[in-house]
Design a protein. Sequence first.
Length: 765
Amino acid sequence: MKHLLLLFLFLSSFHLFSQTISLSNQPGFYNSPFYLKVASEDGVVKYSVDLRNSPADFPDSLLIDKTTNLSIEIVLGDTVIKKGAFSYFINFDTDFKVVSLSINDDFLFDESVGIYAKGGRAYYDTTEKRYSHTNWERSWERNTFVEIFSESGKRLVSQSSGLKIFGGMTKFYPEKSMRIIARDKYGNDEFGADIFGLGITDYKHLILRHSGNDYRSLRFMDALLTSLSRESGLDTQASSPSHLFVNSEYWGVYNIREKINKYYIANNNDCSTKGIDILQGNQVVDEGDKKAYNELLYFAKKENLNDPANYEHIQSLMDTRNYINFWVHQIFYSNHDARGNIRFWRSDSLDGKFRWIVYDTDLGFRKSLVKANLLRDFTSAKGDRWFNPPWATVLIRELLENPSFRQDFINQSSILLSSTLSSEHILDRIEEFQIRYEDEMSIHYNTRRKFQRYQGGIEDWHENIQDLMFFAEQRPSYYMRHLEQRFGLENSFALNLSVKNALHGVVRLNENNVDSSFFCNLYSDLGIPLSVQAELGYRSAIWNNYSESIDPLSGEIFHQSFGDTLVVNIEFIKLPNSESDIIYNEISNSENAIEFYNRGDKSVEMDGWTLTNNSDYSLTIEDLTIAPSKYGAFLLSSIDSGNLFSSSALYLFDDENQFVDSVSMAHWSSKGMISMYSSGELHRSFLGNYGRSFPHEVLGDSLYCWMSDSTASIRLENPSYTNYLSQIKNEVIRKDLERRNITIFLVLLCFIASIAVFSVLRSGV
């Protein structure tokens, strides 16, 4: 009976909370006023506008003639079922996302409970010259209903969530950034929408950021600079511009941002949320602990990093290239605020190395800072500025004592200043942001709240764009001047690099991929950190304006003294196919082996040959020689087998990088048409045992397939061959017997016919 009662209560509860409402018009954007109708199959529909009044019965129809936020509920007896908030925007044209918050006004502005209010405990701190012990400094969270609409007007998010004030010192500004949080207690523990177009939907925290210290200027500074940093492979928060409405009231342009936490690390690095350390500033722990970072710092400070073994150990603890890119960007941006906004992390489920996140850059990139020598300041041990205390600069100072790190830092600075941090590229990105934000900022300035009135106007915004462009044009030359002063650099030259047929090889300059043409300034004392690797089946040809050709494996050419400009041309040229007549004969997943057959008339040594798939996994064959008309097998480990057979094709190249043979599903190889499965069905991997279905002597003239064969025949002729030959033999015997029987029959028939003719002739006589 007890169980029946519980079941009844559950079903009743499910029935209550599954009640739906029908809307004549869905939440979204409309070009003209309309009458809204709302109905429910059972229960009374009640509503309030902006949560400002007690819910009233919904009328037969409600005129929506301006932007309106409705909170709707269904009343069933004594039960109230809240259906959430529904936002309607009239004549609001935008190419941005729109965020609409529905929240009790007291939760924002009431002196006792409002997170936006100073509160009764606040007092003015004459030293800090700001209010202290305010409500907005507390970690208060208030319930709100959030809707997020896409650029096309589709409602991506519609759910109850938590709301907090967000930021550090920017909390004390009249306008504040906010954080929305998905929690189970509000109904959903994630927002479930691909907010940033990254294919990620399980966001638990989102930031509504007014652009921090840039909120009175551009409203996009940090979004611009972090997007530039992301182009260099650095971790940054994704960003999407939006307009914010709170209880139908327009609050301005805000940027939706990711929150830096363990979910951010997991989402952006395809790792577990467990075993993550996230720290900021002076070892403030956001997630995990600081044990591993303390070990890194202790080793860097106590050990001699000039020792290659010690530097190699440091590289096992941190991603030094990531760290260099991080500081090059921070120094280039003249971001004084980097010290407190250093964010760094590691994950046990990855390689355990610390990496750095570019975060909160909006105090940088200012016209007044274009000449600032932050390279000197951020590598100074004196700590003579507010932004460079020793704890913030100790790691980079210690690392710069190592020649390899120092050379990498110098070269990477030069390369980044000719690519993602070049004036031309940054000016293009500024123009991109200007075009995207300009019309929307006009809405912002024309429609904003009263507490935003002191922010200037669109004319000021355009002036700030000009200051941004000035910094982009002038900063690179100052950075390079500071670089040369700091490290005593001389003998600079211009490298003009050109790559032809780049799809068939990899060119790296200081480990940065170059796929077309590239121009930068380097220093001849440091050489040219250039590496060239042709893909299998191709070779690289390299020449410059000082010698006709360069051996890419010889480093001598990269340590000469150059003139003003060094022109290096690289081309990847296809090699002829190998003369060796080796073919794939059988693939055995159960035996972890690949069998080859030598169709030629000479023995073939396959040492140094390469087995590869089309997913960049390769193996080198060792100790395998196959005599003419013989078979040979290459045995694989279970790991190699799993990786090699995880693709739809296998390729074979000889020790001179020349193509020998390939196996792919339903594709032509140099040896004929091959299909991995007789049914023609495509599979993603080679599973089971497969062998060629036709003998080698008819290979060149036949369309054949690879047949599934559970019988292992490694180093032997395939059973399918034997079966095929047996079938041919039996068929020949059958046809011979058939022909013999037909011949005997015809002879007998002729004999009988002859007798009959003879009898007829004789009777006629």
